[in-house]
Write a protein that binds this ligand. Sequence first.
Ligand code: NAD
Length: 380
Amino acid sequence: MIFKKDLPEKTMDKKFRVFATCDIGEAIDVLRKRGYEVEVYPHPEAPPKSLILDKVKSGVDGLITTLRDPIDAEVFEAGKGKLKVVAQIAVGFDNINRADANRYKIPFTHTADVLTEATAEFAFFMMGTLARKMWTAEHLTREHQWGYWHPYLPFLGDEVTGKTVAVIGTGRIGLAFIKKSVGFDMNVLCYDPAYENQAFVRTIQEIHDLRHARGLVKDKAWIKYVPFEEALRGADFVSVHVPLLRAGESATPTYHLFNEKTLSLMKSTAYLVNTSRGPVVDEAALALALRENWIAGAALDVYEQEPLPADSPLRDPAIADRCRLMPHFASAARITRLSTDPDKGMAGRCAQGLIDVLEGNYGGDVTKMPYVVNKEGFGK
Ligand code: NAD
């Protein structure tokens, strides 16, 4: 069991009670070994909100939550005077009402960083799978429809190498995605309204320059920040790495950032990849764009409603060859999800975030705790 050196395991004087809305593996044992009383919701589906409310009313000190659990004023009110922390096993926290958490002075934690590379590589693989038609090609083989080798029949895919990718949102995962695109000599159009990481862009350009100077590539690749519309117009691929921000939550909300208007700006040969959050893409508009060939294809890991409803227009067999549908799976790699090491796994980081708050690490100063999101709710 690896845990932060400066936070050794200890037997608690006080027994903390925790309700976990899902099993997070061995990290639960880590908590129990520290003397915590942890109840785990035993089913794979999310518990009903009424059950979360009951558990919180019963006086738990901490909640372990997933992105499936709505955590808002009703929950904080139910836990008033007792609930001390919500530890979310995800980097995204759009299911937690931040303003409500601040009003009730409840810190909530997330698991940033440890899922960055896993999510970025999955987005990259989705891009390749989509463009090279791997799903359709495998079906051809499995369904005994592969009858010949032919220069262009029954279909061709598009190369990724040397193409231009627009990265929408250059935070942790967006930057990790760009790092991976370097090996494929892709040009990159970056867009992020909050912060332009020009130092990172310079570093990537230096690597491209070196690859060119040493004769590894014929054409020198480039990278630059551009406005949103320019990124969409110029890209062969668009990969989305933004948080879900609804109107009122940001000056540049991301809800339905991809809609009829913005999808129509993309090249008809371009592909959209979304591993961020479902509501960032208007699915009705995307299905229309795919049916009418405004764009060449889309690969999605996240949906407006999860799991994807049976009657979703994205399931239309007419667009199946250019629409890849993954089950919110981008961070679903063994170490990333379950390692109890807070520097490697979401489970470990989730447990550590909970421990930090309940055990008053960092001198009990919430604003110094690395995994707490809503530090602004606790300033002096
Ligand atoms: P991050 O906060 O480091 O980066 C998000 C970036 O998006 C920030 O730089 C921010 O400035 C930018 N942004 C905000 N509004 C924008 C807008 N309107 N247009 C363009 N950019 C905007 O977060 P991260 O760790 O990179 O994660 C990004 C998101 O990915 C998470 O919030 C989560 O929803 C999603 N995610 C999904 C999975 C999955 O399994 N599919 C896994 C991990 C993360």
